[in-house]
Design a protein around this ligand. Sequence first.
Ligand code: XMP
Ligand code: MG
Length: 176
Amino acid sequence: MNLPGVKVLHDEAAIAARVGELGTRITRDYQGKELVVVGVLKGSFMFFADLVRAIDLPISIDFLGVASYGGNTKSSGVVQLTSDLSHPITGKHVLLVEDIVDTGLTMRYLLDNLATRHPASLAVCSLLEKPARMRVPIEIVYLGFSIPDEFVVGYGLDHAQKYRNLGFLGILEGAV
Ligand code: XMP
Ligand code: MG
């Protein structure tokens, strides 16, 4: 798909290569452990689907829904859990999978929330991070790409719910 106003940042091949590398590292790091891979909806859905196929372990999967309120292209840090996990994570190794860590406020909220359930471990895998906008430090153990301060769409990420079905990551020109 070629769209006016969307400039390719990372194409399908670059994404697939990076996701494969992350899957290999995760497979090695969680050998012999009971791993639950948790996707944060909706933005992570495409990354999540590719990532879990690159993990060669008997994992289980679960999802969280969050809504963060604010303007269209800026998140406010006011986060609401719109859908919770379907199973307890107490004593399990949890890998939280996000599309993007921007200010870090959403991830901070999710990590604090999940930590109260006493998982055996809790780590973050994010497809993207925007270091220029970071407000709270988040340790992203498994990172896809660091990106400039631009609004990114595609490969699950949206602008007003559109563009999620693009197979590549693109910059929405004129959005920031
Ligand atoms: P924070 O600031 O809490 O933001 O780390 C995380 C959430 O903000 C959204 N976000 C984006 N969504 N393109 C998007 O489609 C972007 O460039 C972008 N920057 C932030 C996203 O929902 C993420 O979960
Ligand atoms: Mg999101």
